[in-house]
Design a protein around this ligand. Structure first.
Ligand SMILES: Nc1ncnc2c1ncn2[C@@H]1O[C@H](COP(=O)(O)OP(=O)(O)O)[C@@H](O)[C@H]1O
Ligand SMILES: [Mg+2]
Length: 248
């Protein structure tokens, strides 16, 4: 990795604000994520997690502050910034008639990248999808399998920043574990990851750092190496309690 890359955060938010009418969804949110770092954004429903991702993706415009993706100002060059981002939405829509490899090839091509069968298999395996499912039609896939294909599609983009919105919600423990492994694999390749989640149980294994968001404010940030899984849970409840928020 060059000096230049390490000097630039993969993601930088500075005093970002977003209002919906008179509701302050985000109030001066600042955070930075280094290349290869996995950051878990924790918070109850309505905390502003999805809004944060939508602002980074340029799907929404901020009312204040600044967002940079790999040094690119989202307000100035929305498409340039988006080209550096891979995004795994909460619900992955696949073509039901196509198998996993065909879906991956199709969506990669839509994103401007042609991948061959071998690359497709490698990406699906990295994302945790077992080989036996690679050539099955996506119409019969479980939510976990669709999420894994979605992660493979995101990885195929070769982006510098991976955004995930509640990737493990509604998944069984084994599918959620596979997906966490896929996220760590991306991180080892230098991809920065911002993951919105309320899956406290997996934060320690998957994330290097966590931030607790409540009512549009970042209450605290910690390195997960300093905390046990039960300390993370205690911290989360304590912070929300102190902020007068209700955990959900
Ligand atoms: N398009 C929208 N219009 C109006 N209010 C919105 C919109 N999107 C989100 N909100 C509000 O902004 C706040 C943050 O929502 P959201 O970012 O979806 O939270 P989270 O993803 O953490 O559950 C909530 O109060 C929500 O009702
Ligand atoms: Mg959300």
């Amino acid at each position: 990795m060059s000096l230049l890359q390490t000097a630039t955060d993969a993601l930088r938010l500075d005093g970002v604000r977003k209002d919906f009418g008179d509701r302050h969804a985000l109030q001066s949110l600042s955070l930075g994520i280094a290349p290869g770092e996995v950051y878990a954004l924790l918070g109850p429903n309505g905390a502003g997690k999805t809004t944060t991702l939508n602002l980074i993706l340029g799907f929404l415009d901020a009312d204040g502050g600044r967002i940079e993706v790999a040094g690119i100002d989202v307000a100035r060059d929305r498409l340039g910034a988006r080209a550096r981002i891979a995004y795994l939405p909460e619900t992955v829509m696949l073509h039901p008639q196509l198998d996993a490899i065909e879906n991956l090839s199709y969506f990669a091509l839509l994103g401007g990248r042609r991948i061959d069968g071998k690359q497709a298999r490698d990406l699906l395996t990295q994302a945790g999808l077992q080989a036996e499912a690679h050539t099955r039609r996506a119409g019969g896939f479980s939510k976990g399998m669709r999420q894994k294909v979605g992660l493979a599609i995101a990885l195929a983009k070769d982006a510098q920043l991976l955004l995930l919105d509640e990737p493990t919600s509604g998944l069984d423990a084994s599918a959620a574990n596979d997906l966490s492994h896929g996220v760590r694999a991306a991180s080892r390749r230098g991809v920065a990851v911002l993951m919105a989640t309320h899956d406290l149980y997996r934060v320690k294994d998957v994330a290097h750092r966590l931030g607790i968001l409540s009512a549009g404010r970042l209450l605290t940030e910690r390195r997960t190496a300093e905390l046990s899984a039960s300390q993370i849970e205690a911290l989360y409840l304590q912070e929300l309690d102190a902020a007068g928020a209700v955990a959900a």
